[in-house]
Write a protein that binds this ligand. Structure first.
Ligand SMILES: Cc1cc2nc3c(=O)[nH]c(=O)nc-3n(C[C@H](O)[C@H](O)[C@H](O)COP(=O)(O)OP(=O)(O)OC[C@H]3O[C@@H](n4cnc5c(N)ncnc54)[C@H](O)[C@@H]3O)c2cc1C
Length: 358
C-alpha cells in the first residue's frame, strides 16, 4: 500500500528508485507536459500529473469508477477533488518539501455516529412531523410556467407554491405533465448515471489499517475503494472490532448487480483475502446495499444536453433544482449543504416561490 497523497520516504520505498525517478523526470519536463489539449480526463490527468503518476493512481481507478475509458470522460470527472494538486505539488510532497495534505481539500470533521448524524440533527431542527418518509414523487404537473401540483406515491396530493427538487433531473423531466418537448426529453435521456453496490464486512479484529479509505485502482479487484469507518470515528465499531465498506461501481444492467447478496459478498471476501488485509475467519457478518444513480457520468459532451434540460427547468418560476443528480454535477455533501442553505435563505427572503414563499 502506498500513502496518498505521496510522502517522500513511503513513495521512494514502495514505488522503488526507478519509478520515483521517472515521476521526478516527468515533473522536470513539466513545461512540455503543459502543451496539448486537456478536454478529456485522460489528457488533462497526464498533463497535470505526468504519465506515470496518472497511470498509477488515476486513470485505471477512474475507468473502474465511471465504466468508460478516461479518453471519453470530461475533465470535470475529477469532481474538484484534486483541486490545487499538480505534478509539482505532488513531487514537492514526495520530496518532503511541503505537507502531504496541503494541496488537497483540507481536513474534514466527521461526526460521531457516522455521516447520518448530520441528517438526524437536521431532522431534529426541522421537526420530524414536517418530514414525510416513504413518499416518492411520481408526477409533477406544470401550469402557466410554474409547477402547480406534485403527485406523491401515485396520488396527486400537493399543490405547490414553491418546489425544490433533488430528484435526478432526467427523472424529473420524464415525470412532468404536460409532457416535456421531445428535444428536452431526448437530452435528459442522454444523461447517464453510474450505479453502485456497497458491501460492508464486519470484522473480529481491532483494526485493518490506519487509513480512512484504501483505494484499489488495479482492475484485478472488483471494488474501487474500501473505507474503514472506525478510522473516522471510534464510535463506528464496537470495541475491539472494525468494519470495511467496499464500493463496487457498476450499472444495474451488469451481471454483478443481478447476483445475490451472498454471491456479491463472496466475491468481495475472496478478493479481500487475496490482499492479505483480512482473513475469512475474521468476518463476523456482512451487509450488501444497491444504490442506483450514485454518480452522474460526465462523459465528453454532456454539457450540451444538460444545458437544454436546465434551461427548460429554469423556465418554471417556482422551481429550484438542487443536488448532485438533480443538477448533474459531481459535487459533494458540503456543496449540497451550502446549496441548501443558500436556497433556504432565498426562500426566507421571499425569492423562492410562486407567491414569494414555499
Ligand atoms: C459511496 C459514496 C460515498 C460518498 N462519500 C462522500 C464523502 O466522503 N464526502 C462527501 O462529501 N460526499 C460523499 N459522497 C457524495 C454525497 O453522498 C453526495 O454528494 C450527496 O449525497 C448529494 O446530495 P444530494 O442531496 O444531491 O443527493 P442525495 O443525498 O442522494 O439526496 C437526494 C434525495 O432525493 C430523494 N429523491 C430522489 N428521487 C425522489 C423522488 N422521486 N421522490 C422523493 N424523493 C426522491 C432521494 O431519496 C434522496 O433522499 C459519496 C457518495 C457515494 C455514493
Amino acid at each position: 500500500m502506498i500513502l496518498f497523497p505521496l510522502s517522500a520516504t513511503d513513495a521512494f520505498k514502495k514505488l522503488g528508485a526507478a519509478l520515483s525517478m521517472r515521476i521526478a523526470a516527468e515533473a522536470l519536463a513539466g513545461r512540455a507536459l503543459r502543451r496539448g489539449d486537456d478536454a478529456d480526463f485522460e489528457s488533462s490527468s497526464i498533463k497535470r500529473y505526468g504519465k506515470t503518476l496518472a497511470g498509477l493512481f488515476l486513470l485505471n481507478y477512474s475507468e473502474k469508477l465511471w465504466g468508460i475509458p478516461c479518453s471519453r470522460l470530461s475533465a470535470e470527472a475529477s469532481g474538484g477533488r484534486l483541486k490545487g494538486m499538480n505534478l509539482k505539488t505532488v513531487v514537492a510532497a514526495a520530496l518532503g518539501l511541503r505537507g502531504a495534505t496541503e494541496h488537497m481539500d483540507g481536513d474534514f470533521y466527521y461526526p460521531d455516529g457516522g455521516i447520518s448524524a448530520i441528517l438526524e440533527a437536521m431532522a431534529d431542527f426541522i421537526g420530524r412531523e414536517n418530514i414525510r418518509l416513504n413518499s416518492t414523487v411520481t408526477g409533477v404537473r406544470a401550469d402557466s410556467g410554474a409547477i402547480a401540483e406534485i403527485e406523491v406515491n401515485g396520488k396527486p396530493v400537493e399543490s405547490a407554491a414553491g418546489v425544490v427538487s433533488t430528484i435526478p433531473c432526467d427523472e424529473f423531466v420524464r415525470m412532468m405533465t404536460p409532457a416535456t418537448p421531445p428535444g428536452v426529453r431526448d437530452a435528459a435521456d442522454s444523461l447517464k448515471f453510474r450505479d453502485m453496490i456497497l458491501v460492508a464486512l464486519f470484522l473480529d479484529v481491532e483494526s485493518v489499517s490506519g487509513s480512512a479509505t484504501i483505494y484499489f485502482p488495479d482492475f484485478k479487484y472488483p471494488f474501487t475503494r474500501a473505507c474503514e469507518p472506525r478510522n473516522r470515528s471510534a464510535t463506528m465499531s464496537p470495541a475491539g472490532k472494525t468494519s470495511l465498506v467496499f464500493e463496487i461501481p457498476c450499472s444495474e444492467d451488469d451481471a454483478v448487480w443481478k447476483r445475490s447478496d451472498d454471491e456479491i459478498a463472496g466475491i468481495v471476501v475472496e478478493s479481500l483475502s487475496a490482499t492479505g488485509l483480512a482473513r475469512k475467519n475474521d468476518i463476523l457478518g456482512c451487509a450488501v446495499r444497491r444504490m442506483k444513480r450514485a454518480y452522474p457520468v460526465m462523459e465528453i459532451g454532456f454539457e450540451k444536453p444538460l444545458r437544454i434540460v436546465m434551461d427548460y427547468l429554469g423556465g418554471f418560476r417556482n422551481l429550484r433544482i438542487a443536488g448532485r443528480n438533480a443538477e448533474f454535477h459531481y459535487s459533494w455533501m458540503h456543496d449540497m449543504i451550502s446549496r441548501g442553505k443558500s436556497i433556504a435563505g432565498d426562500i426566507r427572503a421571499g425569492r423562492g416561490g410562486e407567491d414569494g414563499g414555499a
